[in-house]
Write a protein that binds this ligand. Structure first.
Ligand code: NAP
Length: 482
């Protein structure tokens, strides 16, 4: 009776956990509701943990001979993992967020693979269906673990260059076939009872080793710049692996949360690829982001540097200004100074808007988060499709640390790697100021014709340092803000 009540309670908590995760994800779709969305999803995770402990104590206790040791280990893992996540989450810099996501995503895949390993080694998965699903979950989880670790190493600069060898795709294909063959052999053995070539436990270890190596081989050749999309793919993998292992364990919270995360990761991957006008296979199989030499004569005009103060004063006397933030703003931690400058312009009567490109920065929503950090009101922030028609009748545009997302080659140059990517129509504005440190290329590694345009001036320097000079210059005028 008690066990039945406990089962009912566990079911109810699992369902509530799944609902909270879905609702939390929904709230994460807007920067306004995202912080509370993260909190709600966290409560969902906590509920799932409570349900797991209830399951162990109320349903499985009699069948677990080492219950106190197991529970002690689980609590130790929660404290160590939770503590490390809390500490690193507090300390991580905005620009290192993709690395952290890669690392935690890999751990999710690793956890799913570990569950599968326990199920396989203790012979819990019985029957062709359950065994196959466990193995597929194990394969996807292990690939996600080792692939995400390589993605982390690339983003963190531990691995600096894509590592490609001749015949890489063939080698990858062979490795995948080998993994599937070992998995198939394990299913065959357990169903037919034939005498194995190796003990089944050794075959299981071999299966995991092949899957982990496959994840490494698949990720090594991909350029570091494409890692955010790759992480999103692995995020989808991890969700799928967790969902499959949830099916094996008959745990509804894992099934629902895993599938929702898997679907969200897949959608995010497709949206990122679409915003860059590239296919997912182009991301995985091509050398995108390698520095491309400019074709001689392809770009006309000169780079025209101006003083930061002069640019600031020009914008102070404009009627309308649009700000386009990019990756460099995040690198320079310039968001607070940017908003300080904007407030000075507003106090002087200038109408200011922010234009955010869907793939500005290095992860989805990075610019929205950056601007939210500086308390920029959401009604000043406009997405590409809502603001693109306004550039042609705007007095001045301040491009700060952005490059590819304002490159007109995406519209005109069929040979450009970003051809077809929707871009912000900055080149159509009356006057453009581009803040960057020098002649560094953007993520796509290509030259930007915007910088050479008649209407464009370059303000060289670190974004934050430039903004400080602009603020000083505008303040020096004794504006209405004083
Ligand atoms: P970007 O094209 O990468 O250009 C950033 C520019 O910032 C560089 O040209 C660099 O020039 C400048 N910069 C770097 N540090 C700076 C600093 N401290 N102060 C001032 N400027 C600095 O950036 P973006 O325009 O934001 O475009 C994003 C790119 O990333 C797109 O190609 C997009 O497809 C890609 N991507 C985005 C995502 C995503 O989810 N958001 C995911 C994958 C790929 P200097 O070196 O001369 O300073």
């Amino acid at each position: 009776m008690l066990s039945m009540l406990a089962q009912l309670a566990i079911g109810a908590i699992d369902l509530a956990a799944a609902f909270l995760v879905i609702y939390g994800l929904k709230r994460m779709s807007s920067p306004v509701t995202a912080p509370s969305g993260i909190f709600v999803a966290g409560i969902g995770m906590l509920a799932a943990i409570v349900a797991s402990f209830l399951y162990v104590f109320a349903v499985r206790a009699a069948a677990l001979p080492h219950l106190p040791v197991n529970v002690g280990l689980a609590i130790a893992a929660l404290v160590i993992g939770g503590g490390a996540a809390w500490w690193s989450g507090k300390k991580v810099a905005m620009t290192s967020m993709p690395q952290m996501v890669a690392l935690y995503n890999g751990m999710g895949g690793g956890a799913a693979a570990a569950i599968a390993a326990v199920e396989l080694l203790s012979n819990q998965a019985q029957g062709v269906t359950a065994l196959s699903i466990t193995l597929i979950g194990a394969l996807i989880g292990a690939v996600s673990l080792s692939g995400s670790l390589i993605a982390w190493a690339k983003l963190d600069g531990v691995i600096e260059h894509p590592l490609r060898i001749k015949g890489q795709q063939i080698l990858n294909g062979l490795m995948m076939l080998a993994t599937l063959a070992v998995g198939g052999y394990i299913v065959f053995l357990t169903q037919t009872g034939s005498v194995p070539l190796l003990p089944v436990s050794d075959l299981i270890y071999l299966f995991f080793a092949c899957a982990l190596v496959f994840g490494v081989l698949m990720t090594l050749p991909i350029g570091g710049a494409d890692m955010p999309v790759v992480i999103s793919i692995y995020n989808a993998f991890t969700g799928l692996a967790v969902g499959l292992e949830g099916f094996v364990l008959q745990n509804p919270a894992l099934m629902i949360a895993g599938m929702v995360v898997g679907a969200a990761g897949l959608l995010l991957t497709l949206l990122m690829a679409k915003a860059m006008n590239r296919s997912v296979s182009n991301v995985v199989f091509t050398n995108f982001g390698a520095i491309v030499k400019a074709k001689p004569g392809a770009i006309k005009g000169d780079l025209k540097p101006v003083d930061a103060g002069d640019a600031g004063i020009f914008m102070r006397y404009a009627s309308t200004v649009i700000i386009v933030p990019g990756y460099g703003l995040a690198v320079a931690h310039g968001q607070q100074k940017l908003y300080e400058f904007v407030k000075l312009l507003q106090a002087a009567g200038v109408k200011v808007k922010f234009a955010v490109h869907p793939v500005a920065g290095r992860m989805p929503g990075q610019m929205d988060v950056l601007l939210a950090e500086a308390n920029v009101p959401y009604d000043m922030i406009f997405q590409l499709e809502d603001i693109n028609d306004e550039f042609s009748h705007t007095d001045a545009v301040l491009v700060i640390g952005a490059n590819d997302v304002v490159n007109p080659a995406a519209r005109t140059d069929k040979s450009s790697p970003i051809f077809g990517m929707p871009i912000l129509n900055v080149d159509q504005a009356k006057q453009v100021y581009v803040v960057k440190r020098g002649e560094g290329r953007g993520y796509a590694g290509i030259v930007n014709a915007l910088f050479y345009g008649e209407n464009c001036n370059m303000v060289y320097g670190d974004a934050q340092a430039v903004l400080i000079k602009m603020i000083e210059a505008v303040r020096g005028l004794g504006t209405a803000a004083e």
